[in-house]
Design a protein around this ligand. Structure first.
Ligand code: 13P
Length: 252
């Protein structure tokens, strides 16, 4: 049985006090959803420590949205994976399309970040996905395959067992335009096939999350698909009720 995961990517939203309130709300409502669903919140770096405290004693886990490609040293403004781990994070989102697009993250950088993430006992949530032009040209399969081959294929079998993939079509992020459940299933199944070509049977155990305008009203339909193991949530993760409501999609 693959892990079911609902992860919230808060992006650059909330001040520390607001983040703590949001985390407390998630903790308070978490009991409304089966323990079989794993909830993860990924606040900005600045309030990881405070949110970690708010999550104490609950099963809601903590993740970061990024980390440095180097272990430590003269890298002004960067945050090392070891620092994130020391604050109680279990996960790190890597390769989000916003980081690829606005901060020029390449597979080369992401390979180095992966190394740091594993060296510090963290689990990467590795994002892949095509933009609108690529989708319209029918290149979405090739784009996802390349993003996986260039990074995930460099992992060891041991590391691969500790990996979460998020498929996030760029055209669905923050646009209110969701991929249909069929589109999600089609590409998730394809991604699993690509993973299996390298890692064999272990690919059946890798959680693949859908991300892009996921909300309580569409989660159940998307999560019902065989190869969709949960969601990476942006906007709807900023309200505890909606975030938990998405988790309820597994119970519908
Ligand atoms: P939205 O849910 O706001 O579309 O964002 C998705 C996303 O980018 C999560 O990482």
């Amino acid at each position: 049985m693959r892990k079911k995961i609902v992860a919230g990517n808060w992006k650059m939203n909330t001040l520390p006090a607001e983040g703590v309130e949001l985390a407390k709300g998630v903790v308070a409502q978490r009991g409304e959803v089966c323990e079989c669903v794993n909830f993860i919140v990924c606040p900005p770096f600045t309030h990881l420590a405070q949110v970690a405290e708010a999550l104490q004693g609950s099963t809601v886990e903590l993740g970061a949205q990024n980390c440095a490609a180097e272990a430590k040293g003269a890298y002004t403004g960067e945050v090392a994976a070891s620092m994130i781990a020391a604050l109680g994070c279990k996960y790190v989102i890597l390769g989000h399309s916003e980081r690829r697009q606005y901060y020029g993250e390449t597979s080369e950088t992401l390979n180095k970040k992966m190394e740091q993430v594993y060296a510090n006992g963290l689990t990467p949530i590795y994002c892949v996905g095509e933009n609108l032009d690529e989708r319209e040209a029918g290149n979405h399969f090739a784009v996802c395959k390349q993003q996986i081959e260039e990074v995930v294929f460099n992992l060891t079998e041991e590391q691969f067992k500790n990996l979460v993939i998020a498929y996030e079509p760029v055209w669905a992020i923050g646009t209110g335009k969701t991929a249909t459940a069929e589109q999600a299933q089609e590409i998730h199944a394809y991604i699993r096939e690509v993973l299996a070509s390298k890692f064999g049977a272990a690919a059946a155990e890798c959680p693949i999350l859908y991300g892009g305008s996921c909300k309580p009203s569409n989660a159940a339909e998307i999560f019902a698909k065989e190869d969709v193991d949960g969601g990476l949530i942006g906007g709807a993760a900023l309200k505890a009720e909606d975030f938990i409501g998405i988790g309820k999609g597994f119970m519908a």
